[in-house]
Design a protein around this ligand. Structure first.
Ligand code: GLN
Length: 481
């Protein structure tokens, strides 16, 4: 029996445990050792305590029948776990311990998951590189000089490096799919409303979704099965039956119609990325799918629209962090206390977004910017609705390039914002998307492929992704640490 359980997927570990070939104690020991061995280089996990592991093992003792019994899961630092510090990677929340569990955490606990390690992230999930965390940047496990993507960079890097068997991320404009792509793992953003946001610290409430980051598509279905579903505590979650996603894991795409949007293969996209995505579509064609070029004409407005709506919502969501109820408080009279706390507590990208958001919501600009952006958002959604009348899914690159160098874009917000050009439209339209590994650059950096489908059709994503994974044989590759 192997001892290096950090190498295995959750479904493999589940089998070992149910055959009595190992125990959660051995599995968590392997992951804990791995964190201690590699995390000083990767910095994917920002807090890890062996005492928490013991407590988790005690808590899950009687959960043997659970779907995630004994599986170590890393949780992004913006999802509340009762009694454990949650900071969104920000100084302003240092020391804040929420008094309740997010709904997704309640579900993980019920199924016997071991909550082990907090995953690093861009401060308040504003970013595409995981460089703005107050805990310092996360390094891409494939090349430590490069970013892992963001904002769920810690979750993706942790899974790629074996510091977690699976992880939870959140995706507002691409923060699950883009880091999954850059780290060579699988990441799924569910349909808006499929997974409860209760207990997720809000960034842009009309766009945020929690989702799985895993080593393969089977694990992705497994974790989605656990977290999906209606929650009366989140009024935007949808009361619709959740299918058994493991049933979508069929190696068959015969008859599937794929749309390839011409607006996603524009100038600026890396040649190796483009080739790899096109070759992947051809592989799916050989397996029985059909593809055709389609047009999503409002794509070019997506980034601009997002950078009005997302900061607008963020500026209002972050107003609550004022030194009174949460985390950091700097001294002064009332006004100075607000000012000092927010000046010291927030990093510069957070301040930029608050200023941007407050501006577009202010009287006189509200109609010109915010309302206009809402109108364009509808157009973007209509583009997708139209395509999905005739097509089962859309395939695009997840990101225009493979992982870029640490420091390369951090002082150039526009170029950073453009790294989400292919992921943002799905959030604006509320549709589900998955990123799966589809190749490697000559420099041995992972490339990701994005599949999009109509609302509440995660099953199609999983079916196409699973078929691709089985036939491309790319998913077992892990970085050499
Ligand atoms: N990179 C995008 C942003 O900075 C998306 C982030 C996210 O999905 N949380 O807003």
């Amino acid at each position: 029996m192997p001892e290096d359980f950090y190498r295995f997927t959750a479904h493999e570990i589940k089998r070992f445990i149910s055959n009595d070939e190992t125990t959660p104690v051995e599995v968590t020991a392997s992951i804990s050792d791995r964190i201690e061995e590699v995390n000083s280089r990767v910095n994917a996990i920002i807090s890890f305590d062996r005492n928490d592991v013991k407590e988790e093992l005690r808590r899950t003792k009687d959960k043997r029948a659970g779907k995630l019994f004994g599986i170590p899961v890393a949780v992004k630092d913006n999802i509340c776990i009762e009694g454990r510090q949650v900071t969104c990677g920000s100084r302003i929340l240092k020391g804040f311990r929420p008094p309740y569990d997010a709904t997704v955490i309640e579900k993980l606990k019920k199924e016997g998951a071991i909550l082990l390690g907090r995953a690093n992230m861009d401060e308040f999930a504003f970013g595409s590189s995981c460089e703005t965390s107050s805990y310092g940047p996360t390094n891409n496990p494939w090349d430590f000089d490069r970013i892992p993507g963001g904002s769920s960079g810690g979750s993706a890097a942790a899974v790629a490096a074996g510091e977690a068997t699976m992880a939870l991320g959140s995706d507002t404009g691409g923060s699950i799919r883009q880091p999954a792509s850059l780290c060579g793992v699988v990441g799924l953003k569910p349909t808006y409303g499929r997974v409860s946001r209760y207990g997720l610290i809000a960034f842009a409430s009309s766009l945020d979704q929690i989702g799985p980051i895993t080593k393969d598509v089977r694990d992705c279905a497994l974790l989605l099965n656990v977290i999906a579903g209606y929650d009366p505590k989140d009024s935007t979650s949808v009361d619709m039956k959740v299918p058994d996603y493991s049933k979508s894991l069929v190696n068959d795409v015969k008859g599937i119609k794929i749309g390839i949007p011409r607006e996603y293969f524009i100038e600026g996209i890396d040649r190796e990325v483009k080739e790899s995505v096109i070759n992947s579509v051809k592989l799916l064609e050989r397996l029985g799918a059909k593809y055709e070029e389609v047009s999503l004409p409002h794509t070019e407005y997506a980034v601009g629209t997002y950078y009005i709506i997302a900061p607008a919502e963020a500026s209002s969501n972050l107003a609550r962090f004022d030194g009174v109820q949460y985390g950091l408080r700097k001294p002064g009279n009332l006004i100075d206390m607000y000012k000092n706390t927010r000046s010291v507590g927030f990093g510069s990208e957070v301040k930029r977004r608050i200023i941007l958001g407050t501006y577009v919501l202010s009287s006189g600009y509200y109609d010109a910017y915010y309302l206009k952006a809402l109108g364009v958002r509808t157009k973007i959604k209509e583009d997708f609705d139209k395509i999905f009348k005739d097509f089962d899914c859309i395939i695009t690159p997840t990101a225009p390039t493979a992982a870029f160098k640490i420091g390369e874009k951090v002082d150039d917000p526009i170029s950073m914002y453009l790294s989400d050009i292919f992921t943002i439209p799905a959030n604006l339209a509320g549709i589900p998307g998955i990123s799966i590994p589809c190749g490697f650059t000559k420099g041995d950096l992972p490339i990701g492929l994005q599949i999009l489908a109509k609302p509440f059709n995660e099953e199609t994503l999983l079916r196409v992704a699973y078929t691709f994974e089985k036939n491309s044989k790319l998913c077992g590759r892990r970085p050499n640490l």
